[in-house]
Design a protein around this ligand. Structure first.
Ligand SMILES: *Cc1c(COP(=O)(O)O)cnc(C)c1O
Length: 228
């Protein structure tokens, strides 16, 4: 099942790319809540980036992965007291959503003598239920954290509202891309703006058409999640 699903998603990504100036998109296979066996199956079919949203679960899977060529991405809300468990295990944190979290990541990264790549999470749908910085504050927020030496700002991320039809999120993705490009053009020190992480199972094709460079796809690869 995972093999066919991955083939499907990759096919869709290529179709969506035909309508853009981008040539590639990074696919993060969102493996949260799923057993490690499923990561192995996806890995055997070419997946290398895996998304997790719980620090403990990421840590366990990281140990199981051993010397497999896997990058784990942290995509959930990160509590400051969990930063120390993952800071040297993640390739990218998608969900930086406060100054205090940035400060904590910087401190823990210093202790472990590593640099941490992060994306700033934007609450693009202005939903009370979601974390993230308001889009109007994206640039000033980035300025406020760009001095942290052990953090590299690599771009922006958003979780768009849940919709029946991904088309409904097109305008929000377009807005994200505009702000991403605006900030990128300013060539700020220690700010790279290479990654625009947006699009999930329901809307990744629309997100790619609007300029996503990275999509996070879970259920379309691994099947529905069971949270019990
Ligand atoms: C769970 C999750 C995803 C994947 O969601 P699907 O709809 O299953 O593709 C992507 N991004 C984040 C931040 C998530 O928490």
């Amino acid at each position: 099942m995972i093999r066919e699903n991955l083939e499907n998603v990759r096919g869709n990504i290529n179709i969506a790319l035909e309508n853009t100036e981008n040539h590639t998109v990074d696919l993060v296979a969102v493996s949260k809540t799923k057993p490690f066996d499923m990561i192995v199956e996806a890995y055997e079919n070419g997946a290398r980036l895996f998304g997790e949203n719980k620090a403990d679960e990421l840590r366990k899977k990281y140990e199981l992965a051993g010397d497999m060529d896997i990058d784990f991405h942290f995509i959930g809300h990160l509590q400051r007291n969990k930063v120390k468990y993952i800071v040297d295990k993640v390739a990218l944190i998608h969900s930086l959503d406060s100054y205090r979290l940035a400060e904590k990541i910087d401190q823990e990264a210093k202790k472990k003598d590593c640099k941490v790549d992060i994306l700033v999470q934007i609450n693009i749908g202005e939903e009370d239920s979601k974390f993230g910085i308001p889009i109007e504050e994206a640039e000033s927020f980035i300025d406020s954290i760009s001095d942290f030496e052990n953090i590299r700002v690599k771009g922006l991320m958003c979780i768009a509202p849940y919709v029946e039809d991904g088309e409904e999120n097109r305008a929000l993705f377009r807005k994200m891309h505009e702000v991403f490009i605006d900030i990128k053009k300013k060539n700020k020190d220690n700010v790279f703006m290479d990654v625009l992480s947006m699009g999930m199972s329901g809307d990744y094709m629309v997100a790619i058409e609007e300029g996503a460079t990275m999509v996070r796809v879970g259920s379309a690869i691994f099947g529905e999640r069971n949270y019990n």
